[in-house]
Design a binder for this molecule. Structure first.
Ligand code: FE2
Length: 323
């Protein structure tokens, strides 16, 4: 009863295999990050070149063969259209050839659910932070509710945009994080509106400071300000929902500084804070397989012609029958 999941929404082609909630494989092939950003057609070409070997790697790592796979999931969205298409096509081909059920998975939902499982949390409020997305997501019966989100760009893309302007390698904020360690704080624009937040003003201000202040000082101030905004909005959402648990997930959840700040914020409220290993915060197929298995076990079923992609697939549209 193993489920194979395919993730292809952005620069990673990931294939995971899950059996009864246990991850047996989590193989990945990543399009190299350059200073030119991601050109969707080129990333899709990478996925086409590597999908076969990544599927084979996952099967090898799990010790299973394709005949042991009895359901398949893929990322329906959100993400880059040409990239999503590669995963969709691979999953539909496997489903059709092997006559096994197929499940379209929401990428944000997959990050949240794998974190809930791996961090041993029951029903956390989730801060989902990645390149293209930054959202505060609460659980609802059979679904999710976005309480707050970015009004412009995702925090990861904001950090990467700055990294490019400062001639650093953009990698979900990790270059900025390294530079930030050596910096001092300078005042920067701070935009929180209720439980929403915005990053472009901050990015513009940081870019304008280049040449007038040290890159380390700007990186430090940019990161501290952006993460403080996320902490303030998340704290408000925690108190409003009376949540007892908080999870952080997505690419930017790999930041040890963000995790530290969220942990410090959670402590006085007695809130249990959790996160997962980096392999599940960066894009991966295991989280897609995990949610596909939840969908299968809760009785969902999808006709092949309904297995589309949706670049703007919102988590509120997900029918989470397993919750
Ligand atoms: Fe992601």
């Amino acid at each position: 009863m193993a489920t194979l999941g395919i993730e292809s929404s952005a620069h990673t082609f990931g294939v995971g295999i899950v059996e009864r909630g246990r991850v047996l494989a989590n193989a990945k092939s990543m399009y190299p990050i350059t200073d030119k950003g991601m050109i969707p057609a080129k990333v899709a070409d990478h996925h086409i070149q590597t999908f076969k070997e990544t599927i084979e790697q996952a099967l090898y790592d799990s010790g299973l063969s394709m005949s042991d796979i009895d359901s398949v999931g893929y990322t329906r969205g959100p993400g880059l259209g040409p990239c999503l298409r590669v995963g969709q096509l691979a999953a539909r081909t496997i489903s059709e050839r092997r006559s096994i059920p197929i499940f379209p998975v929401n990428h944000a939902c997959a990050h949240i659910e794998i974190t809930r499982r791996m961090a041993g949390l029951r029903s956390p409020l989730a801060l989902y932070v990645s390149g293209g997305n930054s959202q505060i997501v609460a659980r609802e019966k059979h679904g999710y509710h976005v309480l707050g989100e970015t009004l412009d760009i995702g925090v990861g893309n904001m950090l990467d945009n700055f990294a490019r302007s400062a001639k650093m390698v953009p990698a979900w904020g990790s270059s900025v994080a390294k530079s930030a360690i050596k910096g001092r704080y300078l005042p920067m624009p701070y935009t929180v509106k209720g439980m929403d937040f915005a990053f472009t003003g901050l990015l513009t201000s940081a870019a304008k400071m280049l040449g007038r202040h040290s890159v380390n000082d700007i990186s430090h101030s940019l990161q501290e300000t952006a993460f403080s905004m996320l902490c303030e909005a998340t704290e408000r959402a925690l108190l409003l929902t009376r949540s007892r648990e908080l999870a952080v997930c997505g690419g930017v959840a790999q930041s040890s500084r963000l995790r530290e700040m969220l942990s410090i914020m959670s402590r006085p409220h007695g809130i249990r804070f959790g996160f997962v290993d980096d392999q599940y915060n960066s894009d991966n197929g295991a989280m897609i397989a995990y949610v596909a298995e939840l969908m299968r076990d809760s009785g969902s079923s999808f006709q092949l012609d309904k297995c589309t992609i949706d670049q703007k697939y919102r988590i509120e549209e997900v029918e989470a029958l397993w919750r």
